[in-house]
Design a protein around this ligand. Structure first.
Ligand code: UT7
Length: 321
């Protein structure tokens, strides 16, 4: 029989209070609410206090997802965290969260695929579960991008926010994730990166996020349409048959262009970028949790999740909720 990876819980967490575009301008960034809203659709974002880490945000999102799923952290046999802003070089953020959840013995590791990280982690977990090797998985996207922003670069610092989202998957005869896809094109590593490292106790290179916005924009629109079509084809669906589209939340213009290309009705596209900004690997599970908890996403519906980010990386998961 077919073994599906079925979603049994979602959770999310945003730190502190919303920081508006006007708040950023008041902090001395040469920008305006009008510019940011027109170009990106972002009105506010959440920024973690200095010292708050991805594992702290991810832990709360995970606890909320476990509570909805009705299982204890100790029952998990797989924990994957998608993050590009881990607490430490090592151990992984997944191991830190595993320790705080009181889970011993499950596999735990991080996935580094930037804003496509959550879709990568879901795809990996789905393969683990379908193989029969693992039964209960916790997948988290958690980020503190505020730590890697250059607050003197108005072209990037206004775009990102902090937060975490999580899902719990369980092996089930009921669907389930129907199809997943993961792709990368490493020749495009230069258009979005943080090209720095720690060496001998010093930072070498450039430890801030750098981006060629227009190159990223074009790449994102193309691959988000391609990968959505790919997973729909694999599941025998037309893209306009999905009930909900949850694209990576980076820019409302990218989200709307993707919806149009796929023929997905505007009111079937989940949008949080206006209130969350771009939270990288956390954006998709944050949006998913919001739409599950407010009752828009109902059991039996088809939900298409997709991400794109530095690497370049992109991925998607089509699931029956
Ligand atoms: O996870 C993937 C993450 N990244 C993305 O999805 C980003 C994709 N790209 C974009 O969303 C857009 O390219 C941006 C929103 C980043 C930029 O929009 P754009 O229309 O490509 O603007 P631009 O970079 O060409 O800049 C236009 C002008 C420039 O001024 P001049 O040279 O025309 O005088 C910038 O200096 O806007 C200026 N500008 C700003 N002005 C006010 C750039 N950032 C700001 C700002 N406030 N925050």
């Amino acid at each position: 029989y077919l073994m599906f990876a079925r979603l049994i819980g979602t959770g999310s967490y945003l730190p502190g209070l919303p920081v508006t575009n006007d708040d950023l301008a008041a902090r001395g960034i040469a920008t305006s609410d009008e510019w940011i809203v027109t170009r990106t659709g972002i009105r506010s974002r959440y920024l973690a206090e200095p010292g708050t880490t991805s594992s702290e945000l991810g832990l709360i999102a995970a606890q909320r997802a476990l509570e909805m799923a009705g299982i204890a952290g100790s029952e998990l046999d797989l924990i994957i965290v998608a993050t590009s802003t881990p607490d430490f070089i090592f151990p992984s953020t997944a191991c830190l969260i595993q320790g705080k959840l009181g889970n011993k013995g499950g596999a735990a590791f991080d996935v580094q695929a930037v804003c496509a990280g959550f879709t990568y982690a879901l795809g990996i977990a789905e393969k683990f579960i379908r193989s029969g090797s693992h039964k209960k998985a916790l997948i988290i996207g958690a980020e503190v991008f505020s730590r890697i922003l250059d607050w003197n670069d108005r072209g990037t610092c206004v775009l990102f926010g902090d937060g975490a989202g999580a899902v719990v998957l369980e092996a089930s005869e009921k669907p389930g994730i129907l199809a997943t896809a993961m792709h990368a094109d490493g020749s495009q590593n230069g258009i979005l990166n943080v090209p720095g490292q720690i060496c001998g106790g010093q930072v070498t290179g450039d430890p801030f996020l750098r981006m060629d916005g227009q190159a990223v924009f074009k790449f994102a629109v193309r691959v988000l349409a391609d990968v959505a079509e790919e997973v729909c084809r694999a599941a025998g669906l037309q893209t306009n048959e999905v009930d909900w589209l949850i694209p990576h939340q980076a820019n409302i213009r990218i989200i709307e262009a993707t919806g149009r290309k796929l023929g997905v009705d505007r009111n079937k596209v989940i949008v949080t970028v206006d209130r969350h900004g771009n939270t990288s690997a956390a954006s998709v599970p944050l949006a998913l949790d919001e739409a599950v908890r407010d009752g828009r996403i109902q059991r039996g519906q088809k939900v298409l999740l997709e991400g794109v980010g530095g690497g370049f990386t992109w991925g998607a998961a089509l699931l029956e909720f």
